[in-house]
Unconditional design. Structure first.
Length: 664
């Protein structure tokens, strides 16, 4: 710049819209300064004009002295944009931002004579811009670090402009999808209505919100069916034109699943209440207000409509009212534990119908132990109670009838009745019964037999055929009575469970049993076979009695003109077989099966045959006392096992004996 015209320079500085100060290049004395410069630097005019520049601006000297010297030396201008300078302005130290230029002013010969300092105070603009930048940075920080999934779509193609980690996690495809149209980057979204929602928000500016919306994403290669609460909000530029949409999404899948499960549980509960034909009720502890379900309203003939439950008390039968009132009061007392369980009768106020209800409830207490509500159910048990009463009456009637029969039997034969009563009682009385049977019964029987024989020897010749038949019947009855007493004694004499268990070979037991039946087998041509039989822990004498009775039973009930065949087979019982005879599960059992081709039995008769004195045939058909199979059952139970004949039919008997593989 040519500085020959000093007046023009002065006018230029004064009228310039920016701050200007003219320095002498040699002395750095300020020669001209305008108001904008004074205002920008905050220095009084008298502190600038006529003073050395660095005396006036000593605080800036360390930063820009070299730059100013370089301009004077080189003749090239120096500029700085938004330079931060700490100045004492208007009497106080401030940090300011200047854009300034050191511009050399040269003479005609090109020598730098003066330096013009052009200054523009941009402090306000810098501070405002930085606030905007800080705000934007804060927004970005909030956006990217938000615990809620966020994204920004832009343009008509719904390009994914930004997305935080939560949103990338939902998409399940990594951050490579950013910058791409979302419908291409996440193809499964084409199956949703989200593109239409985006276009609607982009065109109208309306905010769109949905809750628990089902959306399927392919996350890390696998389909994920989730539920999301999301909002689409428009984004506006400085001209209030919509340029994109920000989406906020919350994965509420677990909440929806939990809510659905709760609804299913409530539905199941309602179904259970309906299936059980229950009524529901609730008492508000603060107001005593009572509410009923429709079923209870029908039963009571009264809708309490949240009125005090005490108003329902008159509908309850007189004898139950005080008890029920006290029970409700006690259930609302924290010391009671909140339980309510009562049965009472209600009388319909219109029809007079009586119902017996069983009500149960539980009080809900607050954390301080104060009652809030007593909730419960009620069931109509009228029919059940009537049936129970009828059953009790029938039992009472039958008991009285049985008592009368017992009295009649006692009057007829007191001694026999006492004996029979002892047989019905517990096993602990069997020894007493055995004593009575062996002494009080056998002795009179022997006398009867002796006197009959004496009588027969003296008067037989004087009796007709019919009278002699009476004598034979008395002898036969005496013989059968004697055998019955001996069998009963054998049954009652079976050892208790505390008998010693030893190793018993069932092979040897079977062989020994056959030796006792060799005559019968020879006479009938019977054939007895068996597979390999195991060694068990048991009571030898009882095992011998078991095999003897079961083989003897098969040899007794044979078919005419058919060779009797008996087979004994042993296997390991399966779980279903163990359950069928009600044995302990988790224990292994042998299943020893006795099969014959005799007359068998009807399926409906099989449960009865193990009862003592039980006979399926008349005494003239097959001899016996009806105790043998009862002894078998007791022997097997003494060995912690069980016996049944459920597979028997009229083509032959099948007895299944279950014995533990390991016994104590």
């Amino acid at each position: 710049m040519n500085i020959e015209n000093q007046q023009e320079l002065y006018l230029l500085v004064k009228s310039a819209p920016v701050g200007i100060c003219i320095l002498d290049a040699g002395s750095l004395i300020a020669e001209i300064v305008n108001e904008n410069y004074i205002k920008a630097t905050g220095k009084p005019r008298e502190a600038i004009l006529g003073h050395h520049h660095w005396d006036t601006f000593a605080e800036a000297r360390p930063h820009y002295e070299a730059a100013l010297a370089g301009v004077i030396k080189s003749g090239e201008p120096y500029s700085a944009e938004e330079a931060q300078v700490t100045l004492v302005r208007n009497g106080r130290e401030e940090t300011v931002y200047f854009s300034f230029v050191y511009s050399p002013l040269k003479d005609a010969a090109g020598r730098v004579k003066k330096v013009a300092i052009w200054v523009m105070d941009q402090t306000l603009q810098v501070i405002q811009r930085r606030k905007v930048e800080e705000s934007e940075e804060f927004s970005r920080t909030v956006f990217y670090n938000s615990p809620v999934a966020k994204l920004v779509y832009m343009g008509p193609d719904m390009v994914l402009h930004q997305a935080n980690e939560k949103m990338i996690e939902i998409f399940g495809k990594g951050d490579s999808i950013i910058g791409k149209p979302i419908m291409e980057a996440v193809p499964e979204m084409k199956q949703t209505h989200l593109f239409g929602v985006y276009q609607h928000v982009l065109s109208t500016g309306e905010i769109h919100t949905e809750t628990a919306s089902p959306i399927m994403f392919i996350q890390n290669g696998s389909p994920y069916h989730g539920y999301y609460d999301y909002t689409y909000k428009p984004l506006y530029d400085s001209k209030c034109k919509i340029y994109g949409v920000i989406c906020t999404a919350i994965d509420v899948t677990q909440e929806v699943i939990a809510r659905n499960k709760l609804e299913e549980a409530e539905q199941s509960m309602r179904g259970a209440v309906e299936l059980a034909q229950l009524g529901t009720w609730s008492i508000d502890a603060a107001t005593n207000g009572l509410t009923y379900s429709d079923r209870l309203i029908e039963w009571f003939g009264f809708d309490p409509a949240a009125k005090e439950y005490n108003k329902v008390i008159p509908i309850i039968s007189d004898e139950d009212q005080e008890r029920i009132a006290n029970a409700v009061a006690w259930a609302l007392d924290p010391e009671s534990g909140g339980l309510y369980d009562e049965t009472y009768t209600v009388i319909h106020p219109t029809t007079g119908t009586k119902r017996i209800l069983h009500a149960q409830g539980k009080t809900v207490f607050d954390p301080e132990g104060r009652p809030l509500r007593l909730n419960g159910t009620a069931q109509d048990i009228t029919i059940r109670m009537e049936l129970q009463t009828e059953l009790e009456n029938q039992i009472q009637q039958r008991t009285e009838e049985i008592g009368a029969v017992i009295e009649e039997l006692r009057a007829t034969n007191e001694e026999l009745e006492n004996t029979n009563m002892q047989l019905i009682h517990s096993n602990g009385e069997l020894e007493q019964f055995a004593y009575i049977a062996s002494h009080d019964l056998q002795e009179p029987l022997r006398k009867i037999s002796t006197f009959v024989q004496l009588l027969e020897g003296k008067i037989t010749a004087h009796l007709d055929e019919k009278s002699q038949g009476y004598i034979h019947k008395i002898k036969d009855a005496t013989s059968r009575m004697g055998k019955l007493i001996r069998d009963v004694l054998a049954y009652s004499a079976l050892p208790k469970d505390d008998a010693d268990f030893v190793a018993v070979s069932l092979e040897d037991t079977a062989k020994n049993a056959l030796e006792d039946y060799d005559v019968v087998m020879e006479r009938t041509g019977a054939k007895v076979t068996w597979d390999t039989l195991p060694v068990i822990k048991g009571i030898p004498l009882q095992m011998s009695q078991l095999f003897f009775n079961l083989i003897g039973n098969s040899l007794k009930f044979i078919r005419p003109d058919i060779q009797p065949k008996i087979h004994i087979h042993c296997s390991i019982a399966c779980d279903e077989e163990i359950r069928s005879v009600h044995l302990k599960e988790g224990i292994s059992y042998y299943k020893i099966q006795f099969t014959d081709n005799g007359i068998g039995m009807k399926p409906e008769d099989t449960p009865k045959i193990f009862n003592i004195f039980q006979k399926l045939h008349g005494k003239n058909e097959f001899a016996g006392t009806g105790i043998g199979l009862a002894m078998c059952k007791k022997i097997v139970q003494n060995h912690n096992g069980e016996i049944d004949a459920n597979q028997s039919n009229e083509n032959g008997a099948v007895f299944n004996v279950y014995l533990p593989i390991l016994n104590p």
